[in-house]
Write a protein that binds this ligand. Structure first.
Ligand code: ATP
Length: 303
């Protein structure tokens, strides 16, 4: 697997203000990576470094095997900004044709890209009539012009309803399956969780965690929650961390991940109506690292 983006001991200053501290991580080819952090954590700064819009104050930023500021490298990157602007009077087709001209991309891609993002039927409609979901898909098509190897998506699902969010992430998943490497910045963690291969979590310019969800769960050591519908009021087990009675006949038990099976085996001896096992979510992991960052004095961390 080849490395598409590599940050090595990257530091970034704006004047005297240091906003990235010795940041090191890698994105491998064909991965979808989530870049997460509180407001002001340094995500946009990181994206701007990868896009070659600013140059790092220290350390190395390697993108697609070259320097991020190299024009040939930049041509291979597609970017969907958080608030992509379109001329409302232009149709979807005219909009994408316009971006193709701006980027020097081959115009023959336009119809294919509109089809890829599900906008063929609406290609002749003016963008002002598009829903937010359609505009985001048009934005994605714009980012896909010139067939980039690396895609950077900033809050791609902000303002989208749950179905439009799922549709957009399915499309992003297809792009990964076709070989694109993708970085997604998002504050909407439950939406993005099923789609990412790896997460990078920042707090105040420091790398707090990097890895796939399973690795992050293990590193954070967060408990697994087991919910049962049944007679759990008197249930006891030496490994139990917490017992929370819920509505109806439901009970929630928190157990260390390593104790999940022994506790489950005991619970299954009860006459249960139902059982649910909830591993720590991306949001749980994120909260854990934000709290850890505040506890060690990374001041001003807010979610
Ligand atoms: N051009 C700039 N000049 C000075 N300081 C800046 C500049 N751009 C960003 N900063 C500061 O750098 C820090 C990191 O900002 P950045 O925009 O990278 O954070 P972010 O994680 O993208 O935040 P958000 O989620 O709010 O977009 C913040 O303290 C911000 O105020």
């Amino acid at each position: 697997m080849s490395v598409v983006v590599e940050l090595e001991q990257v530091q970034q200053f704006y004047g005297k203000l240091q906003v990235l501290h010795d940041m090191s991580w890698q994105l491998q080819a064909g991965e979808i990576m989530g870049l997460f952090g509180h407001n002001g954590a340094g995500k946009t700064t990181t994206v701007r470094l990868i896009l070659g819009l600013i140059r790092q104050s220290g350390g190395k930023v390697r993108v697609l095997g070259g320097d991020a500021s190299d024009a040939q490298v930049r041509q291979q990157i597609g970017f969907l900004p958080e608030n992509v602007m379109f001329y409302p009077q232009l149709t979807g087709y005219e909009t994408l044709s316009h971006f193709a001209r701006l980027k020097g991309a081959d115009h023959s891609q336009v119809l294919g890209l509109l089809e890829q993002v599900g906008l063929t039927a609406a290609a002749g409609e003016r963008v002002k009539t598009y829903s937010k979901g359609m505009r985001q898909r048009l934005g994605l098509a714009q980012a896909l012009l010139a067939r980039p190897k690396l895609l950077l998506l900033d809050e791609p699902t902000v303002g989208l309803d749950p179905i439009a969010t799922i549709e957009l992430y399915r499309l992003i998943g297809q792009l990964r399956d076709e070989g694109s490497s993708i970085i997604i910045c998002s504050h909407v963690l439950p939406g993005v969780e099923p789609y990412i291969d790896k997460a990078v979590i920042l707090a105040r310019g420091h790398l707090e965690a990097v890895g796939n969800l399973q690795q992050l769960r293990e590193q954070a050591g967060l408990p697994v929650r087991i919910r049962i519908n049944g007679p759990g009021a008197g249930f006891e087990h030496p490994q139990l961390l917490e017992h929370q009675p819920l509505a109806g006949d439901w009970h929630e038990f928190s157990v260390p991940a390593a104790a999940k099976l022994p506790v489950l085996q005991e619970l299954l001896k009860l006459p249960l109506e139902d059982i649910e096992i909830r591993p720590p979510s991306l949001e749980d992991i994120y909260r854990f690292y934000m709290e850890k960052a505040s506890a060690v004095g990374v001041a001003g961390v807010q979610q």
